[in-house]
Each structure stands twice: as structure tokens, then as C-alpha cells.
Design a binder for this molecule. Structure first.
Ligand SMILES: CC(C)(COP(=O)(O)OP(=O)(O)OC[C@H]1O[C@@H](n2cnc3c(N)ncnc32)[C@H](O)[C@@H]1OP(=O)(O)O)[C@@H](O)C(=O)NCCC(=O)NCCS
Length: 191
């Protein structure tokens, strides 16, 4: 596995790769966590998504990390991937920005891990990530207004509320028939 790109006392960020397939599949099939994201129907689809989200020379704006819970024991080989964080696309109409996405397995919600990991990612981006992302000036997050936990995560890291876009977002696990909902762009501007 590749080296860790960033660390905090509780977490490591490790460049996302096919080595993470098994844990990533557990996250992408976590029923509790999939109200706002699309569930993966099978391991092949998870693998395709993982490949899509893995950095490549053709898509330099993809800068994506596995969030790894550090072991409390001295044997730090025993680690657990609990989520992902990073940039996954250039949003249409916002060509000077890269879009961040993040998710944590529901077994680990409510312990500050998403905010901590996004903060670590933003620090990487401010250090040298902008060069890797070929000059993308801003980070943006597309957030469903019915996902207050996610709003809170970006707020804590310094993003500001931007434009609301009506009807352009498909809510992943929505079974109520509202397959298109509005979303809000949250923006972290850097000069
Ligand atoms: C959104 C998500 C990443 C949050 O992960 P997490 O590790 O639990 O987040 P954190 O613990 O860092 O922070 C959550 C914050 O939201 C708050 N929160 C949680 N549920 C809330 C609710 N229903 N209403 C208001 N605030 C809420 C928490 O209190 C916390 O804020 P605080 O630190 O000020 O108390 C996680 O729920 C998830 O993976 N959801 C599914 C995927 C997803 O929605 N991704 C985002 C798509 S852009």
C-alpha cells in the first residue's frame, strides 16, 4: 500500500487505490449511510467507482484519500479504513474549482472524523494540492439541504454557503419518489 499522505493523532489519509476495494465496498453498501449517496449494487460496480476516483494523469483534479483509523496498539499495521475524502470532479460551469466528496461508514459517525479528515485534506490542498490539481483555485461541495451533518462538516472546515441549484441532484437512497432535489454549493475560496 502507498504511504500515508497526512496524519493526525487519530487518522491517516492514504491515497485511494484498488488496495482499498474491500473496505470501500463496505462503505458503499452501508444501508444507513446511503440516503444521500448512491448505493453500489455489487463489487464490480464498487471497483469501477474506485477506479474512477483513483488519481490518474488524465484526471489530475482527482485527489482522493482513504480515511484510516489509526490503531491504538503499537502494531500500526492493524488499521481500519472508515471513509473517503478528496476531490472527485470538476463541476460543470465551475471550471476553476474542484468538487470535494466525503463519506464515513455509519459505524463511525458522530465522532468528528469527517470534519477532521476534510480539514486534513484542505491542509494538503493548501500545501501543494493546488499544483497537483492543476491550478483549481477553489474547493466546492455539493450538499443536500436535508443533510445537516454534511453542512456542519464543511462549515467547521471554513466553507461558506453559496448558490442553491434547483432539481439537479439525484438523492441516492430516496424511496419517496423525489428523485431530483435541490442542492447547495458550499465554497472554500483561496486567493
Ligand atoms: C456527513 C458525514 C460525512 C458526517 O460524518 P461524521 O464523521 O459523523 O461528521 P463529524 O462527526 O465530523 O461532524 C458532524 C457534525 O454534524 C452534526 N450533526 C450530525 N447530525 C446532525 C443533524 N441531524 N442536525 C444537525 N447537525 C448534525 C454533529 O453534531 C457534528 O457537528 P458538531 O461537531 O458541531 O457537533 C456522514 O454522516 C456520512 O458519511 N454520511 C453519508 C455520506 C454523505 O452524506 N456524504 C456527504 C455528501 S457531500
Amino acid at each position: 500500500m502507498a504511504k500515508f499522505a497526512a496524519e493526525s493523532p487519530r487518522l491517516w489519509l492514504q491515497p485511494l487505490s484498488l488496495d482499498h476495494l474491500e473496505d470501500f465496498h463496505a462503505i458503499m453498501t452501508d444501508a444507513t449511510g446511503l440516503k444521500f449517496s448512491k448505493p453500489s449494487p455489487n463489487i464490480d460496480d464498487t471497483k469501477s467507482l474506485l477506479q474512477k476516483w483513483t488519481p490518474s494523469p488524465e484526471k489530475p483534479w482527482i485527489d482522493n484519500y482513504a480515511i484510516i483509523l489509526r490503531s491504538n496498539s503499537h502494531d500500526e499495521v492493524k488499521v481500519k479504513m472508515i471513509g473517503t475524502v478528496g476531490t472527485v470532479r470538476v463541476p460543470q460551469g465551475l471550471e476553476d474549482a474542484a468538487e470535494v466528496a466525503y463519506g464515513i461508514h455509519s459505524d463511525f459517525w458522530g465522532q468528528g472524523y469527517a470534519s477532521e479528515a476534510l480539514g486534513m485534506f484542505v491542509a494538503l490542498y493548501c500545501a501543494d494540492g493546488r499544483e497537483r490539481l492543476q491550478g483549481k483555485k477553489h474547493l466546492v461541495a455539493k450538499i443536500d439541504p436535508e443533510n445537516p451533518a454534511s453542512e456542519r462538516v464543511v462549515q467547521k472546515v471554513g466553507f461558506e454557503k453559496g448558490e442553491t441549484v434547483d432539481g439537479g441532484y439525484t438523492r441516492g437512497g430516496d424511496e419517496a419518489g423525489r428523485d431530483k432535489s435541490e442542492y447547495v454549493w458550499w465554497v472554500l475560496k483561496r486567493s
